[in-house]
Design a protein around this ligand. Structure first.
Ligand code: DOR
Ligand code: ZN
Length: 347
């Protein structure tokens, strides 16, 4: 096969950041995605509808002018749950057209200091979210110091998520960027109200790709890459074709000096090669015919949003991801998979 045409995909989880950086990140995503769920972990975090709508305006201002007779890029906004989120915040978020609310455990990742320390304290908020049909997006890791970083997702599922799902059967939940066999099993065993996103890095790599032969800071993200058995479980999940798994890149830009540092930031900036990376993986798994469902229909169906009607075409042609890209402030950034070759290219 030398050409693959699929319905235009959506990215159900990513980070655009703010300010000048939007000039880089928004066009990179609008290149191949019709919509994207935009994470709210700015500084300060996007905690209510008003902040989210203002952020949306800044994203739209940085969006490329669509080609004639094509739809403009559409950001889907989220709010960040904190200890002070109110039932009123949820109601107004829904009324304002906000797509979802994000739960970060305090200290779990980049800019999550404002997040919630006790998930149970949010139960009245989850109740309101279920009532107003506002999906809950979860960064599923415990953050206790005594828990090994490689076990944090599995323990979160065991301690928190199972109970949450049982208590709120009506609440739509997306477990974001899953990384473990335990997460795949949990999703497969749960109701149709619970789904998961999977990143390209967690399908492509395992922890050897982070640590063997020297630390590879550009492969460091959270949840951290796990061992091979978990990578294989994620691959099996996409091979299964289950509607409960869909595309979410977690593209998360950090300037080169913030990654190549004694205390490097977590996040892979994959927007530059997002759909091409997935195509590479799906071809390797001999499931290219399942790419469209994973990238373009499962997510829309889960969120009960219309499927896109435009298409994109990928052509079989080798190209290399750039080694570096200049950010609008002049700093370089190293995109995910930098310098490596991919065999599918967006036409
Ligand atoms: O690696 C990550 N980077 N994981 C996250 O959950 C957040 C993200 C970021 O914002 O940089
Ligand atoms: Zn993320």
């Amino acid at each position: 096969m030398n050409e693959l045409t699929i319905l235009k995909p959506d990215d159900w989880h990513l980070h655009f950041r703010d300010g000048d950086l939007l000039q880089e990140t928004v066009p990179a995503t609008a290149r191949c995605f019709a919509r994207a769920i935009v994470m709210p972990n700015l500084v300060p975090p996007v905690t209510n509808a008003e902040m989210a709508l203002n952020y949306k305006k800044r994203i739209l201002a940085a969006s490329p002018t669509p080609a004639a007779e094509t739809e403009p890029f559409s950001p889907l906004m989220t709010i960040y749950l904190t200890n002070t989120t109110s039932v009123e915040d949820i109601k107004s978020a829904k009324q304002a057209g906000i797509t979802a609310a994000k739960f970060y455990p305090a200290g779990a990742t980049t800019n999550s200091d404002a997040a919630v320390s006790q998930i149970d304290s949010l139960y009245p908020i989850f109740e309101a979210m279920a009532k107003h049909s506002l999906p809950l997006l979860i960064h599923g890791e415990v953050t206790d110091n005594d828990i090994d970083i490689f076990d944090r997702e599995a323990i979160f599922i065991d301690r928190n998520l199972t109970k949450l799902a049982r208590n709120f059967p009506e609440l739509k939940i997306v477990l974001e960027h899953i990384t473990t066999r335990e997460a795949v099993d949990f999703i497969n065993e749960s109701s149709s109200n619970i789904a998961a996103t999977i990143t390209p890095q967690h399908l492509l790599f395992n922890r050897n790709d982070l640590l063997v032969g020297g630390i590879k800071p550009h492969n460091f993200c959270l949840p951290i890459l796990k061992r091979d058995i978990h990578q294989q479980a994620l691959r099996k999940a996409v091979i299964s074709g289950s509607k409960k798994f869909f595309l979410g890149t977690d593209s998360a830009p950090h300037a080169k000096h913030r990654k190549e540092s004694a205390c490097g930031c977590a996040g892979c900036y994959s927007a530059w090669s997002a759909i091409e990376l997935y195509a590479e993986i799906f071809e390797e798994l001999s499931i290219l015919s399942k790419l469209e469902a994973f990238a373009s229909t499962h997510g829309a169906d889960f969120y009960q949003l219309p499927r896109n009607t435009e298409t994109i075409t990928l052509i079989k042609k080798d190209w290399s991801v750039p080694e570096e890209i200049a950010l609008p402030d002049g700093n370089p950034i190293v995109p995910f998979y930098a310098g490596q070759s991919l065999s599918w290219q967006l036409k």
